[in-house]
Design a protein around this ligand. Structure first.
Ligand SMILES: [Zn+2]
Length: 278
């Protein structure tokens, strides 16, 4: 058993849909989703958007090998896997990377990951990612046990499907629910409630605001206001808003931070590079 009690998350990508390096995203960041999770001796990365390429920037060269990394993929939409072909740790056979991602009818997870790396669309085949030594398909509802970590999964509401995760470690819990669209303002999706009930931290899909949402209904994403109401109903300690639509600029996100600061409960607007301890 580990004596380490650290349970910390770091945001490496908080943007949905497309990487958005722009003047209007300098503060909150423009990379697509990746969340680093440190729990005891375990290192996990949730989603492999372009943010995964920033994860290595705090490692020395010596720290870049011999790593044991678990990657959890919510789904294989491009913005959640597009960092993988550029993730330098995955090319190093001295690392041991295990991927867990959704089991989907008609496709293997490997084939979904390989598809974007085939010529003539990309010159480097998936097989050269020698640091990846396991690809595990997970059916929504399954539980993954990694030493003293318990990872629960549930299907969320998203085109082509998306699974959410709840990581429990030493009595604390982290729920990760990107990408997800609320079905009904008054009813909480059952996958979401299973994962986020009484969670210490809920990372939620806040792509839009309620005001903008009608334009994007059916696109598979939610709003910060729905995230806020959900967090209150499910007794979440800290709500983290993430997965922002590329149009949402720093000024818009500053406004959301200001408004939620004045509201009951603890709400954080995720900033790329910042960490949070559970
Ligand atoms: Zn998606």
């Amino acid at each position: 058993m580990t004596s380490h009690t650290k349970f910390e998350i770091t945001f490496w990508g908080v943007r949905g849909s497309v990487p958005t390096p722009a003047l209007h995203t300098r503060k909150y960041g423009g990379n697509t989703p990746c969340l680093e999770v440190r729990a005891g001796n375990r290192l996990l990365l949730i989603d492999a958007g372009t943010g995964i390429c920033r994860f290595t920037e705090r490692l020395t060269q010596a720290q870049e090998q011999g790593l044991d990394i678990t990657i959890l993929l919510s789904h294989t939409h491009w913005d959640h896997i597009q960092g993988l072909p550029f993730f330098k740790l995955a090319f190093n056979p001295a690392n041991s990377i295990k991927i867990y991602g959704p089991k989907r009818a008609g496709f293997t997870l490997r084939s979904c990951l390989e598809a974007g790396m085939k010529p003539p669309n990309f010159p480097v085949p998936f097989d050269l990612l020698k640091g990846i030594n396991q690809i595990n398909e997970v059916a929504a509802g399954e539980t993954i046990e990694l030493d003293d970590l318990k990872i629960c999964t549930a299907e969320l509401n998203h085109p082509d499907g998306s699974i959410g995760f709840r990581i429990e470690y030493q009595g604390k819990s982290l729920a990760y629910c990107l990408d997800h669209e609320h079905d009904n303002q008054n009813e909480i999706h059952k996958g979401l409630s299973k994962l986020a009930q009484d969670a210490d931290v809920l990372v939620f899909d806040a792509a839009y605001s309620d005001e903008d949402y009608p334009k994007f209904k059916g696109w598979g994403h939610s709003t910060w206001q729905v995230g806020y109401k959900t967090a209150r109903k499910l007794n979440v300690k800290t709500l983290v808003l993430s997965g922002f639509n590329p149009d949402l600029g720093d000024d818009d996100l500053d406004k959301i931070a200001l408004v939620t600061n004045g509201m009951e409960g603890n709400t954080i607007v995720a900033i790329e590079g910042e960490s949070l301890t559970l």
